[in-house]
Design a protein around this ligand. Structure first.
Ligand SMILES: [Zn+2]
Length: 306
């Protein structure tokens, strides 16, 4: 098994959970957004990424089934809305059911972005949701190389991995040689299908490449991404290489078609014909990449949409 796409337990302490996304029409999209439950041998529960508000409900149902409730801790990889807004749901649930607060952690650099989530309007297609995103207070700031104790003899280490977003962290579980890297490297909605990671004006290429080097130095057994699933064995390197190559291919095609950048659908079609030939039968994927194309064009032009 090299790419784990099915929700469930994949090592001694970790479960992949499908934090179901909703599209702009409110239709449920399975396997769009991952959350991870870490359960220690002495029964303490920590969640990596609480997803959107509606996604949090799917996570909650899964946690109940898995015996992963109540949650004591949540760690957020970065301040993008699709990994933050579930905090509201879980705070409410834990406080109502148990009467004690849940500990929520994020990078110290994420605190201002969590306090003002309106910057998420940089995600063009999601704008009408982003406008209504509640801000988040009371998050515990953590630093690079910080340690979070989860249970007896079980802790997680914070590794700063910026690039995708200024405040991005990855979370290292030494016991299982497993790392939760959020969106640091990129997305994989479909095997061997890579999308350019430059999806907002906050994206930074040199930090992205540095963070990837940092992750590679761990020689991981499990690389856990936010959209979607877990890579093991040789698929870790394949995924990393695929993501980096795709970035350069997109930028090259933008350069060759600079006169058409005002027409993202046209650019998307060019990308589709050049890079995604083997997916020509999966037309839905073609629709899916349009938003990423729009955002990558904004990045390419150096526009800041806030
Ligand atoms: Zn993100």
């Amino acid at each position: 098994m090299v790419h784990i796409f099915t929700p469930g337990k994949f090592n001694t302490n970790t479960w992949l959970i499908d934090a179901v996304f909703k599209d702009l029409e409110g239709k449920k999209i399975r396997f769009g957004n991952s959350a991870y439950l870490i359960r220690t041998n002495d029964g303490h529960n920590c969640l990596i990424n609480p997803a959107t508000q509606s996604g949090a409900r799917s996570i909650f149902n899964a946690l109940k089934k898995l015996g992963g409730w109540p949650l004591e801790k949540i760690i957020i990889t970065h301040s993008h809305w699709d990994h933050t807004q579930g905090v509201i749901f879980f705070r409410d649930k834990v406080e109502k059911e148990l009467g004690n607060p849940i500990e929520i952690y994020a990078s110290e650099k994420a605190i201002p972005y969590l306090r003002d989530q309106s910057y998420n309007t940089c995600f063009v297609a999601e704008e009408r949701y982003a406008m209504k995103l509640p801000n988040l207070e009371g998050i515990i700031p953590i630093k690079d190389e910080g340690i979070i104790e989860i249970g007896k003899n079980f802790s997680l280490k914070i590794i700063e991995t910026p690039g995708h977003m200024i405040d991005h962290i990855s979370i290292y579980d030494e016991k299982n040689n497993s790392m939760f890297v959020g969106d640091t490297i990129g997305m994989s909605w479909f095997p061997d299908f890579f999308i350019c990671n430059a999806n907002s004006a906050f994206w930074n290429k040199s930090e992205y490449l540095e963070s990837i080097k940092k992750i590679q130095s761990f020689n991981l057994d499990y690389l856990c991404i936010a959209h979607f699933g877990v890579f093991t064995e040789r698929n870790i390197a394949d995924f990393i290489n695929g993501s980096v190559e795709t970035y350069y291919k997109w930028m090259e095609l933008f350069k060759q078609n600079e006169n058409y950048l005002d027409n993202p659908s046209y650019i998307r079609d060019i990308l589709w014909q050049n890079i995604y030939k083997e997916f020509s039968k999966v037309e839905t994927l073609k629709d899916t990449i349009l938003n990423s194309v729009i955002n990558a064009i904004h990045y390419y032009r150096g526009l800041v949409l806030i």
